[in-house]
Design a protein around this ligand. Structure first.
Ligand code: ASP
Ligand code: MG
Length: 412
């Protein structure tokens, strides 16, 4: 029997009624001749509540006990889902992570999956069980303790099961009906994509983050797991969602697949640093040690042996970064005349695998921004992405202008 993985996120199992609706979908897939592995999240809001309880009890908590507590939400929904299926006469049973066993490393609260043996579950399928309901987000460490995979980790559980069981597909049921060309709250012209390549999905993570955990997309790309994102709130048949798949499976696509943005960015410039070997290491070493997530980096042409270094970072890391730079200056590791911080910028990116074979995307992007009178502060490019930093107050306008310029409302 072909195996199908179906994952239901928190809003899709938020109440007993929602669990019943999800179970009906599972029942339909069983009737279609599939063995189904269902991965469930905790009921929406539950994990936040559990995390809150841990933090309130013990500010410097033991991560092993954090995992014991926060993994419990998924165990509840797994049991309830199995019971609901049994009530519908679908042979089902629940599995906690350790029962599978889903083996992870010992990095509590952010564990990596190491192995998913298939024997136990396959033996039950052979005995006539039709649905294995597995608690998402959790596993077991080599020491025999419960681990969790990091927030949003049930997506990663689902993809890992699809890879381990060689599933025909991994369906991720959520509260949106797919992946969009951009956030529909910014432009009503945003269009749901029928298909998107793994690489594009990874780059669009700032849009997709709410839809899929980035790690799950990486894993799907590595193991070529066909991922489908769809809504559990729509029962009509044309609710096909968005297929996240290999580039080869997409016949026609727009040069640009989507416009992503990140609102809370900042820009920092060190003025007049010595242009000598090792200067970049001397600047970015202390920033990394201070856990500053530097994204874009620009070094100017030097004049008289001095240069300016500019980089972008999340706005809530400014204080940390400034301290790291001031400390490095005080200790004599680096020297600069001034540190200039701009806390009001946003990053806008256009993404598409079509850029590899099409010239002129960058100039088209820059012209569209020029026509709106938007100044570009920093530019970076990769093979399938062009990003710019602009004043935050123009973010919406820039997204709309780029969406129009690349005609993302139209299908390829
Ligand atoms: N319940 C966990 C969380 O909220 C895992 C998940 O739902 O993916 O992060
Ligand atoms: Mg999620």
């Amino acid at each position: 029997m072909p195996t199908l993985v179906m994952k239901f996120g928190g809003t899709s199992v938020a109440t007993l009624d929602r669990i019943r609706r999800a179970a009906k979908r599972v029942g339909r897939e069983v009737a279609n001749g599939h063995d189904v592995i269902v991965i469930v999240s905790a009921m929406s809001g539950k994990t936040n509540e559990l995390v809150g309880w841990v933090e309130e009890t013990s500010p410097m908590f033991d991560a092993r006990e954090y995992d014991a507590v926060v993994s419990s939400g998924e165990q509840v929904t797994a049991g309830l889902m199995a019971l609901t299926l049994q009530e519908m006469d679908v042979p089902a049973r629940s599995w906690a992570g350790w029962q599978v066993p889903l083996k992870t490393n010992s990095a509590h609260a952010a564990a990596r999956i190491e192995e998913i043996p298939t024997e136990n579950i396959n033996a039950k399928f052979a005995e006539g069980m039709k649905v294995a309901v597995v608690a998402g987000f959790q596993g077991i460490s080599p020491e025999g303790r419960i681990t969790t995979l990091g927030r949003g980790g049930s997506d990663t559980t689902a993809v890992a099961f699809a890879a381990a069981f060689d599933a025909i597909r991994c369906d991720i049921y959520t509260d949106v009906d797919g992946v969009y060309t951009t956030d529909p709250r910014i432009t009503s012209k945003a269009r749901k994509l029928d298909k998107i390549a793994f690489e594009e999905m990874l780059e669009l993570a700032s849009l997709g983050a709410k839809v899929l955990q980035t790690r799950s997309v990486e894993l799907a790309m590595r193991f070529k797991v066909r991922l489908r994102v769809l809504s559990s709130f729509e029962d009509n048949d044309d609710n096909a969602g968005t297929l996240v798949c290999a580039e080869e499976d997409i016949m026609e696509s727009n040069v640009v697949a989507g416009v992503a943005f990140s609102r809370d960015e900042a820009k920092m410039t060190l003025l007049s640093v010595a242009d000598r070997p090792g200067i970049a290491a001397a600047i970015f070493g202390p920033l990394a040690d201070a856990s500053v997530n530097v994204d874009m980096i620009v070094q100017n042409i030097s004049e008289d042996g001095r240069t300016d270094m500019t980089f972008s970072l999340p706005v809530n890391q400014i204080a940390r970064a400034e301290k790291a730079m001031d400390d490095a200056k005080a200790s004599g590791e680096i020297n600069f005349s001034q540190l200039v911080t701009d806390a009001d910028v946003a990053k806008i990116s256009v993404v598409g695998i079509g850029m590899r074979s099409h010239a002129g995307v960058a100039s088209q992007m820059f012209k569209a921004l020029r026509d709106e009178g938007i100044n570009i502060k920093v530019i970076t490019t990769s093979e399938i992405k062009i990003s710019v930093l602009i004043d935050r107050k123009y973010m919406e306008l820039a997204v709309q202008a780029l969406h129009d310029t690349f005609e993302l409302h139209k299908t390829a």
